[in-house]
Design a protein around this ligand. Structure first.
Ligand SMILES: O=C(O)C(=O)C[C@]1(C(=O)O)C=C[C@@H](O)C=C1
Length: 177
């Protein structure tokens, strides 16, 4: 099979995945509508763990890590989308610049690297740049980081990403300007 032919097959799969992705996001919107009513948290780690475990059955070993990476990323996007839907109601976001600008976020990382990556991932998914990272404290209580995050905060997606950082990272705070 030549490169053109392979790419045509990729185009077909991408078109199918597009439909499925958009349908999944519509369901994610329905989930957040229910959570808004009931006050449920966007992030449900037990549910995500279950989804990854169940869907991983029968996936060939060779592609298993990449498949799990894909599922985790799809759910992270789904969460950013849900946070964006409730960003207007979040008082914590009142400190954000109206448009382009930067914010300083401090967060501690007590459980190893996970929270650090949550930060980088949420920023990357919403096209926000992390311009500066410094370690402000490192000791028995873990590592404390200070991040400068920049971008256009007028976008709902960016607001959603910041809300994701606030909700999913322990002891996070946005410093006043
Ligand atoms: O099941 C939920 O509660 C959802 O919000 C859906 C979903 C998903 O996209 O699969 C997203 C966020 C949760 O952390 C778990 C799963």
């Amino acid at each position: 099979m030549g490169l053109d032919e392979i790419r045509q097959k990729i185009d077909v799969i991408d078109t199918q995945m597009k439909e499925l992705f958009l349908a999944r996001m519509d369901l994610s919107a329905q989930v957040i509508a229910v959570k808004k009513e009931n006050g449920g948290a966007v992030y449900v780690p037990e549910r995500e763990k279950e989804v990854i475990e169940k869907r991983s059955a029968q996936v060939e070993t060779e592609k298993l890590p990449e498949y799990q990476m894909f599922v985790r990323q799809v759910m992270a996007i789904s969460r950013t989308y849900q946070y964006a839907q409730i960003a207007d109601m979040a008082e914590e976001l009142a400190v954000l610049p109206e448009g382009n600008g930067s914010i300083i976020i401090e967060a501690s990382d007590e459980q190893g690297e996970t929270q650090f990556y949550t930060m980088l991932d949420a920023a990357a998914l919403a096209d926000l740049s992390i311009e500066d990272i410094s370690v402000t404290e490192q000791g028995e209580n873990g590592t404390h980081y200070r991040y400068r995050v920049s971008g256009d905060f007028s976008r709902n997606l960016a607001k959603g990403a910041v809300l994701q950082m606030i909700k999913e990272i322990k002891e996070v705070q946005i410093l006043p300007k």
